[in-house]
Design a protein around this ligand. Structure first.
Ligand code: NAG
Ligand code: NAG
Length: 188
C-alpha cells in the first residue's frame, strides 16, 4: 500500500506501451490490434474484453466475454453514461477472479478515460492521482478534452470535490494538468 495510489500495490507498476498495459492486477489497457492478439490475451489471462470503439472489429475468442461501448473518439462524444456500467463490470469481473482488457483504437483516449473512471469509483482515487497512475503504466494515454470535462463531472459526482479543473486556453477548454504543456507549445 502507498498513500498516493490508494489500494493499488506499487509492485504492479510496469510501464509499457507494448502489448497490454497492466493498470491493476485485474485491469489491462491496449490498442485495438493488441486486443485481437490471442497470444497476448491468453498470456495475461484476460476473461473480458471491452471494445470502446465503433471502428475496431474484434476476433471473438471462445471463453472470453465481450462488451461493446460504441463511442467515437471526438471531444463531443458522450462517454459519461458508460462510466458507471463499465466500472461496475470491471469490478464484478475482478470479484470473480477474472481480468478485463479495455481497448479502443489506440489505447490513448476513450479506453484510458474509462480506466480513470474505474479507479475513481472502485479504488477511491482522485482524478489527478488516477491519471498519474495510468500514465505511469501506459505513458501514451491522453483522453481528449471533451472526455476530460466528463471525468471532471464524474469526480465531482463521486466525491463532491475536484482535483482537476477545466481551464480556458488558446486551444479551448483543457484540463489544468495540460496548462503548462500548452503554454510551452504556444511559445514555440
Ligand atoms: C498496437 O499495440 C501493439 C502492441 O503493443 C503494437 O505492436 C502496435 O504497434 C500498436 N499499433 C498501433 C497502431 O499503435
Ligand atoms: C467492436 O466494435 C466493432 C465496430 O462496431 C464491432 O464490429 C465489433 O464486433 C465490436 N466488438 C465487440 C466485442 O462488440
Amino acid at each position: 500500500m502507498n498513500t498516493v495510489f490508494g489500494s493499488i500495490p506499487i509492485l504492479f507498476r510496469h510501464p509499457s506501451i507494448y502489448g497490454l498495459s497492466r493498470i491493476t492486477s485485474s485491469l489491462y489497457l491496449s490498442n485495438g490490434t493488441a486486443a485481437n492478439n490471442k497470444l497476448l490475451l491468453f498470456a495475461s489471462q484476460i476473461t473480458t474484453v471491452i471494445n470502446v470503439s465503433v471502428e475496431v472489429v474484434n476476433t471473438f475468442y471462445p471463453d472470453i466475454h465481450y462488451m461493446h461501448i460504441p463511442v467515437t473518439d471526438t471531444p463531443i462524444s458522450r462517454l459519461y453514461d458508460y462510466f458507471d456500467p463499465v466500472a461496475d463490470r470491471i469490478h464484478s469481473v475482478d470479484l470473480q477472479q477474472g481480468r478485463t482488457l479495455l481497448h479502443c483504437a489506440a489505447g490513448i483516449s476513450r479506453s484510458a478515460a474509462l480506466c480513470l473512471a474505474y479507479l475513481m469509483k472502485y479504488h477511491a482515487m482522485s482524478l489527478v492521482n488516477a491519471h498519474a497512475w495510468v500514465k505511469s503504466c501506459r505513458p501514451i494515454i491522453r483522453p481528449n478534452n471533451g472526455l476530460w470535462r466528463q471525468l471532471v463531472q464524474y469526480e465531482y459526482k463521486l466525491f463532491g470535490t475536484n482535483t482537476v479543473r477545466m481551464v480556458n486556453s488558446p486551444l479551448g477548454l483543457i484540463p489544468d494538468l495540460y496548462e503548462n504543456e500548452v503554454r510551452i507549445m504556444i511559445a514555440f
